[in-house]
Design a protein around this ligand. Structure first.
Ligand SMILES: Nc1ncnc2c1ncn2[C@@H]1O[C@H](COP(=O)(O)OP(=O)(O)OP(=O)(O)O)[C@@H](O)[C@H]1O
Length: 267
């Protein structure tokens, strides 16, 4: 589809308008293989709207979006979506599938395994390896209704990676998790990034504490506009984050991870 070094995502001068309101205003971003972007901003900033473009679910009103080298509006988005790992936290599973079967449905792109479908030995081995990476190898036979939210989240990431996508989109993966579950998730994401060096990821969050240490870049959005964009070291810093959230916030980075608190010096 593209060369291994060409951008995985390229949005250029993107506007999205709905009901006469500009949800995104001249947003540009380029994501390359091996980069791990945080998409950060307050409620209503436009993060979900941008993610819906990057996942080929919506089209821009103005500007261009290329996903895996294909221009939205000129390509079959249903086919394109099959090459994007998109973790939907509202996974609509009704039956009591086992952890391993849930991961295997990533190979068929379906919620339930198709009747009489059996995984190939390669697919089965990949499912097992991804479950180990995400720290859910022990949940092989546990069924969906018995799993915690954190366990489900990590299984769904393994599931999204079954077709070996070059792009993984994570929409608030740590939302609602307790601190132990959040840390297990973050460890899994770090591990995943180490084991799949070509994979590019975009992770949406409101909280800097939820960012894995392996985050390489960040895009800060406020009211549909880009406040800062680029390498994590520069963008996940006191000044741009304060501007993004319109509140004096001091950022600290320790052991690779970020934390945020009110900046008393300027509050
Ligand atoms: N179809 C629509 N028509 C009009 N306004 C919309 C539509 N969809 C979203 N919005 C508005 O666009 C803005 C951006 O929404 P979006 O969901 O992208 O923000 P977000 O950064 O993901 O917010 P949150 O952190 O709360 O999830 C919000 O003010 C929202 O109310």
């Amino acid at each position: 589809m593209t060369s291994p070094t060409s951008p995985v995502l390229a949005a250029d001068g993107v506007d999205v308008a709905r009901s006469g309101k500009k949800l995104l205003d001249h947003v540009s971003v380029v994501v390359r293989p091996g980069e791990h972007w945080a998409l950060l901003g307050p409620n209503g900033a436009g993060k979900s709207t941008l993610l819906s473009l990057l996942s080929a679910e919506q089209h821009p009103t103005r500007g261009t979006v290329e996903v895996l080298g294909r221009r939205l509006g000129r390509t079959d988005v249903r086919e394109l979506r099959r090459h994007i790992g998109h973790v939907n936290p509202r996974h609509d599973l009704r039956s009591a599938l086992s952890g391993r079967d849930i991961v295997l449905t990533g190979a068929t792109g379906s919620i339930e395994p198709p009747p009489r479908w059996r995984p190939s030995p390669e697919q089965a081995a990949r499912a097992d390896a991804l479950m180990e990476t995400m720290g859910v190898g022990a949940l092989r036979d546990d069924t969906w209704p018995t799993l915690s939210q954190g366990e489900r989240g990590r299984l769904l990431i393994a599931r999204a990676l079954m077709p070996a996508p070059r792009l993984l989109l994570l929409d608030e993966p740590a939302s609602g998790l307790d601190v132990a579950a959040r840390e297990q998730l973050i460890t899994g994401i770090d591990e995943l990034r180490r084991e799949h060096p070509e994979l590019a990821t975009v992770l949406v969050t409101h909280h800097l504490e939820e960012l894995p240490a392996s985050t390489t870049h960040a895009l800060l959005l406020r009211a549909g506009q880009v406040v800062a964009s680029g390498e994590a070291e520069e963008t996940l810093a006191t000044k741009p984050v304060t501007a993004c959230f319109d509140h004096p916030i001091a950022i600290e980075r320790r052991g690779g991870r970020w934390s945020a608190r009110t900046d008393d010096a300027s509050a």
